[in-house]
Design a protein around this ligand. Structure first.
Ligand SMILES: Cc1cc2nc3c(=O)[nH]c(=O)nc-3n(C[C@H](O)[C@H](O)[C@H](O)COP(=O)(O)OP(=O)(O)OC[C@H]3O[C@@H](n4cnc5c(N)ncnc54)[C@H](O)[C@@H]3O)c2cc1C
Ligand code: FES
Length: 270
């Protein structure tokens, strides 16, 4: 069986070697809002917003000298001609992008990667950890458009991180914080049992490896299927350099082109 035939993403035909071609566009920042440790940018990006699929990402060129590689960011929202990104400043590149000003133009390549499959989803349970929540708003919008009921559980380190929950428009959203300052004290995985997800629920998760491993164990125990969006250090973002491979039950796969979304039960967390 070919990788394409086994892929959980029937929507996208894969090129021969899994490489993609990235359209680049200059996109003007039209809004920038701070939510604690995160910045939500809204860009005028009609070409990307028109074709983006939940779970896909864009490679963003960081303005200024010394930034050779583009940085990957999930599509947070795609509404009309606007593309939303949610940025956590973790290092020099994301710090610069989190400081982008309204009116500034950023160079984006994408949308890239294989997003979340939506076919056959009857009820959805979304699980996000920290900045891993970013792709889950566009997923919520797409599911709502198909009439699929959504419940979400987000986990954050502390109250400052949890302020980003206000950037989301998800009706049934539960929050956990490790320091207990907002929502349920503890890890997001502790919330899952309390949510009483129906047996028909599909789990969609994105966050740190330890969270994905915990969700994987819980979903297996509850008999639920699902998908996980993974992160990896990226260079090209289009399947050419093999710098982003992760272990899966199908062998080593590239997060940028075969992922970032994989079936939850095929992910191997080291
Ligand atoms: C598919 C994908 C989607 C992503 N979506 C988002 C998003 O929506 N919002 C967001 O804020 N960030 C997102 N990231 C992470 C983001 O790309 C990195 O934080 C950013 O590239 C770091 O660049 P930097 O120059 O700021 O920091 P660097 O100096 O490159 O690194 C700073 C710190 O972040 C760690 N880091 C760098 N890149 C990654 C990575 N890819 N995964 C995990 N840790 C990393 C480094 O180990 C280091 O500790 C995503 C990553 C991937 C692969
Ligand atoms: S980043 Fe180059 S192959 Fe994935």
């Amino acid at each position: 069986m070919t990788a394409a035939a086994r892929s959980p993403h029937p929507r996208r035909a894969r090129p021969e070697r899994g490489e993609q071609w990235a359209e680049t566009s200059r996109c003007r920042v039209v809004a920038a809002r701070r939510f604690g440790a995160f910045t939500a940018l809204e860009l005028l990006a009609p070409e990307i917003a028109a074709v983006a699929w939940p779970g896909q990402f864009v490679m963003v060129k960081v303005p200024g000298s010394g930034f050779l590689l583009r940085r990957p960011f999930s599509v947070f929202t795609a509404r009309g001609d606007r593309l939303g990104l949610l940025i956590e400043a973790r290092g020099p590149g994301s710090e610069r992008l989190a400081d982008a000003q309204v009116g500034e133009a950023l160079d984006l390549a994408g949308p890239l990667g294989a997003g979340f499959p939506l076919e056959g989803v009857r009820t959805a349970l979304l699980v996000g950890g920290g900045i891993g929540c970013a792709p889950l708003q566009m997923l919520t919008d797409a599911l709502a458009g198909r009439g699929v009921p959504v419940m979400a559980a987000f986990g954050f380190r502390d109250g400052r991180q949890a302020r980003v929950a206000a950037a989301f428009d998800i009706e049934r959203l539960w929050v956990a914080t490790e320091d207990g300052s907002v929502g349920r004290p503890g890890m997001v995985s502790d919330l899952l049992a309390a949510l009483d997800a129906p047996p028909s629920a599909t789990v969609f998760c994105c966050g740190p490896a330890a969270m994905i491993a915990a969700v994987q164990r819980w979903a297996a125990g509850a008999g639920l299927r699902g998908y996980a969006s993974l992160e990896a250090h990226m260079a090209c973002g289009v399947g050419a350099c093999h710098g982003c491979v992760v272990a899966t039950k199908r062998g080593a796969l590239r997060v940028c082109s075969e992922g970032p979304v994989f079936a939850l039960d095929e992910v191997v967390i080291p």
